[in-house]
Design a protein around this ligand. Structure first.
Ligand SMILES: Cc1ncc(COP(=O)(O)O)c(C=O)c1O
Ligand SMILES: [Zn+2]
Length: 403
């Protein structure tokens, strides 16, 4: 629907959506898209969604009014766990480009094209770059992507094939972000960095709508979400507020859980210290590439949501993540990205601690597919189990071959 205005999440300032905007000019706050939902209330009912397109654009009424740049993203499966009756796996690995980043980039590119932007830039831990490259390619725009040199091979390769301009950086996503900021004005790039434009959140919020719709409009007791920049968590929370305004749900909310890698856990550290913002994590290291975000731009929003929802932040070591990947793959048939498998580690810890009981319905987000991480997974296997022979022998149809 038509955007009413953009609102700063820090100072409440209203900005026009008639032209492209990044962050609040006063205080750098993240901008949220606001619509006249009161006017939609009663006119758009939950039942009206039945039979609509099986992509996130089924929620077009609560997304910006522009011709979508779409590759069929969203409306991913909500898989009931085969192990725990009240656990569901929201499998975002089935999105175009293999991760939930497709959702955000679909709306960001929709609006970039709507505004007539031609040249876009972003730093990326990997998957956001791949998604940006794909959607920019599909929309006929230039993408300039800055990624750490050691991102998964799939991310480098997909960006290349989608026709993006890629710069590999000896550093982390924060270093890449600095390079985009330094060069964007001179180069005429529009910055689509995480939370530095308002539309990636709009795409990610559709995960919140889907959780509600796929669970029969009753929100679960908990949602576990692998958190780097936190856009998914922030987006889902926004969706819950919007759905309440629309009269689709009540005031109940899930406990929101951020899971981070033990080797880069700035939100966990801030949460445990009771802080409302995080500090830059030094020496960030994990094979869950999307969680290697030493400082999230929207940390104040993430921490606020954890608090308001009576949630929690927990960390998972790379060894725990690798074991969870194997477990999910062998038990559930889901070959999850390391970030996604971290959700299972968090769930196991929170069940053990009593934070969640067996009767609590909990949705675990698998944010991507493991197929994009084969090189990282193999390297992590070698680090975790150096005792294993380099080439494990397995029996394939009678032929003994290297694994
Ligand atoms: C597979 C995967 N999961 C989770 C994340 C973290 O996402 P967010 O920035 O929404 O916290 C990323 C980010 O790159 C990712 O690629
Ligand atoms: Zn502001």
């Amino acid at each position: 629907m038509q955007i009413a205005y953009l609102e700063c999440t820090r100072c409440g300032e209203h900005l026009s959506a008639d032209r492209p905007q990044n962050v609040c000019p006063k205080d750098g706050g993240v901008l949220f898209v606001r619509y006249d939902l009161a006017n939609l209330k009663g006119k758009l009912r939950r039942e009206d969604l039945l039979g609509r397109v099986a992509s996130m654009w089924r929620y077009a009424d609560v997304l910006p009014d522009a011709a979508p740049v779409t590759l069929g993203e969203g409306f991913t499966p909500m898989l009931p766990s085969r192990e725990d009756a009240n656990v569901f796996i929201k499998d975002e690995g089935l999105n175009p480009t293999g991760s939930f980043k497709a959702r955000g980039m679909s709306v960001a590119m929709t609006m970039a094209r709507h505004y007539g932007l031609k040249r876009l830039a972003a730093p990326s831990a990997g998957n956001a770059g791949g998604a940006l490259a794909a959607y920019a390619g599909a929309a006929g725009m230039e993408a300039h992507i800055f990624m750490p040199r050691d991102v998964p091979l799939a991310n480098r390769m997909e960006c290349d094939y989608y026709g993006a301009h890629v710069t590999l950086v000896d550093g982390l996503i924060s270093d890449c972000g600095r390079m985009v900021a330094e060069r964007k004005d001179k180069e005429g790039w529009f910055d689509v960095s995480t939370l530095k434009e308002p539309f990636r959140v709009e795409g990610k919020k559709t995960m919140g709508y889907e959780v509600a719709e796929q669970l029969g409009w009753k929100l679960p007791e908990g949602i576990i979400y692998p958190t780097g920049g936190g856009v998914g968590l922030i987006g889902m929370w926004k969706a819950f507020e919007e759905m309440e305004e629309l009269g689709w749900i009540g005031s109940e909310r899930p406990k929101m859980v951020s899971v981070q890698a033990a080797g880069c856990a700035p939100i966990v550290r801030a949460w445990e210290a009771g802080k409302s913002a995080s500090e830059m994590w030094t020496g960030a290291s994990t094979f869950a590439a999307g969680l290697r975000v030493p400082k999230a731009y929207g940390d104040y929003l993430i921490l606020d949501i954890l608090k308001k929802s009576e949630g929690i932040a927990v960390s998972a070591s790379d060894e725990e993540i690798l074991a969870a990947m194997r477990h999910w793959a062998s038990v559930e048939g889901v070959f999850a990205a390391p970030e996604g498998a971290a959700s299972l580690v968090a769930y196991q810890k929170l069940r053990a601690s009593g934070f969640f009981g067996a009767e609590d319905k909990v949705v675990l987000f698998n944010t991507g597919t493991a197929y994009k991480y084969l090189d990282m997974i193999e390297a992590q296997e070698k680090r975790t189990r150096p005792d294993l022979p380099a080439a494990r022998s397995i029996n394939i149809g009678g032929i003994i071959g290297p694994y």
